[in-house]
Design a binder for this molecule. Structure first.
Ligand code: TLP
Length: 355
């Protein structure tokens, strides 16, 4: 039976219903979130007077085992505030070559922090501590100083980084006095897949950003967590960016439920992603690397001649997918799609191929 508190799904097999596999950012707030938002006690958060936001920040900090936390508008804002707060102008930050910070944050590190990014290509995107150690700059007068190491977990390629690897990177950072920041947009997906608490992953880094508005269904927001001095700097930079918001309790109320309740059901999304991956793999001309399906993401390579028309053909039938990247399509499962939807999507793909 579906849980009325967390589920947005209507009746299984409702053929008219729209199903959106583009991302886990497309989820709608749950009925419980809408109620909590309506009832939220609010104040002015720039004065740190909003009781619900204060409660969310405390909950976030406790959940990941850090001293303090800051509610920010988005994952990108959380990551960029971390870069601004950890580094000084002209330093270099080590990042994964496929990481969100390097690939998808509009070059913000250069604009906001005057940072040089040093992208490292890791096998399967999983960081390699020796490679990171080798990329740390020397004190040579010609070189920028390495000011930060950035990790990501879960990875944007759908894999997770083992705790042991994160610890090795932490050791490298410590040995060189360089802080480590974690882009944990999908921190709880990673923790679920690894069978550890989010705090165990966060213990490997100095700061972590996690998103409330991806698989956790909150309408807005991310949490940046770290020690109190770091969060105080980030709070000031958030104001500088125009991110000091007022009655944020209406959003924070949903964020509290995101952490308390929605983190508990991510295994369902992971099981649906695996189901979808296995079904896709059975389609002629479609290939999914099942080993790479570790959270709620599936990357399928379509050796189909007319992939260009697929997206609009599916949309007309209520299935929304992202723009294919060459021959590769990314599918994400989330609280608003269920196992029946995964089967329906694959049936539609079969129909498209057979036209
Ligand atoms: N990812 C989005 C898009 O921006 C690509 C998605 O649909 O996956 N880190 C990681 C690993 C992310 O995947 C994302 C968002 C972010 C940071 C940024 O979060 P937002 O969109 O809240 O700024």
């Amino acid at each position: 039976m579906r849980n009325e508190i967390t589920s947005n799904n209507t009746v299984d097999g409702d053929a008219a219903r729209r199903m959106d596999f583009r991302s886990d950012t497309v989820t709608h707030p749950t009925p419980a979130m809408r109620r909590a938002t309506a009832d939220a006690e609010v104040g002015d958060d720039v004065y740190q007077d909003d009781p619900t936001t204060n409660r969310l920040e405390q909950l976030a900090a406790e959940t990941v085992g850090k001293e303090a936390a800051l509610f920010v508008a988005s994952g990108t804002m959380g990551n960029q505030l971390a870069l601004m707060s950890h580094t000084v102008k002209g330093q270099e930050a080590i990042v994964g070559a496929d990481s969100h910070i390097f690939m998808h944050e509009v070059g913000a590190a250069a604009v906001l922090s005057s940072l040089n990014l040093r992208p490292l290509a890791f096998p399967d995107g999983v960081p390699d501590a020796a490679q990171i150690r080798g990329a740390i700059r020397s004190s040579d007068i010609h070189e920028p100083a390495t000011g930060l190491i950035c990790l990501e977990n879960g990875l944007a390629n759908g894999r997770v980084v083992p705790v042991s690897v994160m610890r090795e990177v932490q050791e490298v950072g410590r040995a060189h006095g360089i802080p480590v920041h974690l882009d944990g947009a999908r921190l709880f997906n990673a923790a679920t897949a690894l069978g550890v608490k989010a705090s165990e992953l966060a213990a490997c880094v100095d700061s972590v950003q996690f998103c409330l508005s991806k698989g956790l269904c909150a309408p807005v927001g991310s949490m940046l967590c770290g020690d109190a001095a770091f969060i105080a700097r980030a709070r000031k930079y958030r104001k500088l960016l125009g991110g000091g918001m007022r009655q944020t309790g209406v959003l924070a109320a949903a964020g509290i439920l995101a952490i308390e309740e929605m983190t508990q059901r991510l295994h369902e999304d992971h099981a649906n992603a695996r189901l979808l991956a296995e079904l896709l793999n059975e389609l002629p001309g479609v290939e999914v690397d099942l080993d790479a399906v570790q959270i709620n993401m599936v990357f399928a390579t379509f050796d189909w001649p007319d992939l260009a028309g697929l997206k609009s053909w599916l949309a007309e039938r209520g299935a929304i997918i992202g723009q294919p990247d060459g021959q590769v399509v990314r599918f994400l499962t989330n609280n608003d799609v269920n196992d029946t939807d995964c089967r329906r999507l694959v049936a539609l793909l079969e129909e498209y191929a057979a036209r």
